[in-house]
Design a protein around this ligand. Structure first.
Ligand SMILES: *[C@@H]1O[C@H](CO)[C@@H](O)[C@H](O)[C@H]1NC(C)=O
Length: 159
C-alpha cells in the first residue's frame, strides 16, 4: 500500500514538473492568445513592466493604432491604382482616417467595416482609387484618442 502511494506520488510529481517545463518553454505569444491579452515584444523582454503595461491598457482599454500606407499595385505613372491606409491594433474603436492628396482630403474614399481582432483590438482599411502622376503626395491622417494630435503618415514610395 505504502509503495503504491509513493509510486503515485512520484508519477504526480513527474507530471507537475513536466507541465511546468512545457509552460516555461512556450512562447509568450501563444500564452497571450489563449488568455486574450496582448503582450508586446517590449513586454516580453521586461516581464514585470510588461505586466503593468498590460494591466494599464486593460484598465484604460486604450491602444494606439499602427498604420500602414501603400499602393495596392506596384505604382506606375498614369496607371490606375488604389491608395490604402490600413490602421490596426487600436482601441477604442472610434477613429478618424482621412486620405490626403497634396494635403487635401480625397474624394470617393471607401472604408471597410471596423473589424474586431482576436486580441480585442480593431482594424480598418480606408482606400481610394488614384492615378499616380509621379508628383502628387499621398498621405493618411489618423485621429484617435491615444494620439495627442492627429498623425500624418506619408506614402514613402517612389513612383
Ligand atoms: C473625428 O472627427 C470628429 C469631427 O471632426 C470629431 O468630433 C471627433 O472627435 C473625431 N474623433 C476622434 C477619435 O478624434
Amino acid at each position: 500500500m505504502a509503495r503504491d502511494l509513493s509510486l503515485l506520488f512520484f508519477a504526480f510529481a513527474f507530471c507537475i514538473s513536466s507541465l511546468e517545463a512545457t509552460q516555461k518553454n512556450r512562447p509568450a505569444a501563444v500564452w497571450s492568445e489563449e488568455v486574450g491579452i496582448t503582450v508586446d515584444e517590449e513586454a516580453t523582454a521586461r516581464p514585470v513592466a510588461g505586466i503593468e503595461h498590460t494591466l494599464r491598457k486593460l484598465e484604460a482599454g486604450e491602444e494606439a493604432p499602427s498604420v500602414q500606407v501603400y499602393f495596392r499595385h506596384p505604382a506606375e505613372k498614369g496607371k490606375e491604382n488604389t491608395f490604402h491606409c490600413y490602421a490596426e491594433s487600436f482601441h477604442p474603436p472610434k477613429i478618424n482616417i482621412t486620405l490626403l492628396k497634396n494635403g487635401i482630403p480625397m474624394e470617393n474614399v471607401q472604408q471597410s467595416d471596423l473589424s474586431f481582432k482576436k486580441d480585442w483590438t480593431f482594424e480598418r482599411l480606408v482606400y481610394a482609387k488614384v492615378i499616380p502622376d509621379g508628383k502628387a503626395e499621398f498621405a493618411c491622417k489618423v485621429e484617435h484618442i491615444t494620439l495627442p494630435q492627429p498623425m500624418i503618415y506619408k506614402l514613402d514610395q517612389e513612383y
